[in-house]
Ligand binder design. Structure first.
Ligand SMILES: *Cc1c(COP(=O)(O)O)cnc(C)c1O
Length: 372
């Protein structure tokens, strides 16, 4: 029998390992000694590491994933009058980045994998369409061959929102390496996490790299002459140092999450819909998002038993009040799925007994008897 109650955290951002804490505080110490607090040498080092890891020529460190998206769009001259096709199921940052640079987000539909459905994109393309902005949601790479061929057919840019998918793969290629630009967030919730806000843009194109370096500091040349309007989106030295210090542990984090995901699939696969990992994919499991009947009741039940869960996200982006004035997006599949999704705890520090407790609770909720 599963115990009545156990506190299971959704995320645990504490660093309890003293050795790891020592490595992180050493980053601060090093920075204090060289004194280059913003865009210090640690930023360049991280840019090289991230570019190499993603299989891209260039990386540009910026102050957040949101900034990465806005600067990426600006570097492609996307702005007023332009449309960008994206997914209705994402964190607000994706569509807001489009809207804040003055363009219009157009919402396609999603598939059962919760990612943008390529078939729903083409009917939305018109002469104003400039780009497709897919989100590798939950850390699962979108169907990139189909997306890139649609983009090629209509001469559109593909900008990847890979904020949740650092180090995810499809057919041996990393998230962020498919589009003309790939954008990452390294905020503390993400799998490759800083101790504050941070983001990164990757590309193979030198012209875009040069422009992004200028754009991230008010569109300046030699940090003095302003040639186009932008804002301050530079990366902190400290965050870059923290990320480099954490990079060697990334594989272990991803493996631990994969093991937890497998444990959930074995325990829950017959009870709820669990995320499926494609045959030629490596998902980093940013979240483990199940699709469940009576989702709200299940969430309340798990809460009673001490299990913290999240709905990412309860409201589709086109249904946010800020987009209410626009014609409603159709996206029937997204509307169906948004009432079924639930993220259950799956972070790398979760002990097996807690995973098993969550499995037991979900099975008891649906009153499924039997062995596992
Ligand atoms: C986290 C996230 C962002 C934004 O990143 P920040 O660093 O928080 O600005 C953008 N898109 C998606 C899909 C995200 O999950």
């Amino acid at each position: 029998m599963t115990p009545a109650k156990m506190n299971v955290r959704f995320l645990d951002l504490r660093v309890l390992d003293a050795h790891e804490r020592g490595e992180l505080t050493a980053v601060f110490d090093t920075m204090l000694l060289h004194g280059r607090i913003v865009l210090g040498p640690e930023v360049q080092r991280l840019e090289e590491q991230v570019a190499a890891r993603c299989g891209r020529r260039y990386a540009v460190g910026v102050s957040s994933g949101t900034d990465a998206l806005m600067l990426a769009l600006k570097s492609l001259d996307i702005g007023p009058g332009d449309e960008v096709i994206t997914t209705p199921l994402s964190w607000l940052a994706t569509a807001n980045a489009v809207a804040v640079v003055g363009a219009t987000p157009i919402f396609a539909d999603i598939g059962d994998d919760l990612n943008i459905d390529p078939a729903s994109i083409e009917p939305l393309v018109n002469s104003r369409t400039k780009a497709i902005l897919p989100v590798h949601y939950t850390g699962k790479v979108c169907r990139m061959p189909e997306l890139t061929s649609i983009a090629r057919r209509h001469d559109l840019h593909v900008v990847e929102d890979a904020a949740q998918a650092f180090d995810s793969e499809q057919d041996g290629r990393k998230a962020g390496s498919f589009g003309v630009l790939g954008c990452f967030s390294m905020n503390p919730m993400k799998i490759f996490a800083a101790c504050g806000e941070a983001g990164m843009i990757v590309t193979d194109r030198q012209d875009l790299y040069d422009r992004l370096v200028s754009l991230r500091y008010h569109g300046t040349m030699q940090r003095e002459t302003c040639v186009e309007l932008a804002w301050n989106g530079r990366m902190d030295t400290l965050q870059a140092g923290v990320l480099s210090a954490r990079l060697p542990r990334l594989d272990a984090i991803i493996e631990a999450r994969a093991r937890i995901a497998d444990r959930y699939r074995r325990g829950l696969g017959t009870v709820v819909d669990c995320p499926v990992e494609g045959a030629s994919a490596r998902d980093v499991h940013y979240t483990f998002t199940i699709q469940a009947e009576r989702r709200d009741e299940l969430k309340a039940y798990l809460e009673e038993r001490g299990v913290e869960t999240k709905i990412q996200h309860p409201l589709l982006v086109p249904d946010q009040p800020v987009y209410a004035a626009r014609p409603a997006a159709a996206c029937p599949n997204a509307r169906r799925l948004v009432s079924r999704i639930l993220c259950i705890p799956a972070h790398e520090k979760l002990p097996d007994e807690q995973v098993d407790f969550v499995i037991g609770c979900v099975r008891e909720f649906y009153a499924v008897q039997g062995t596992r």
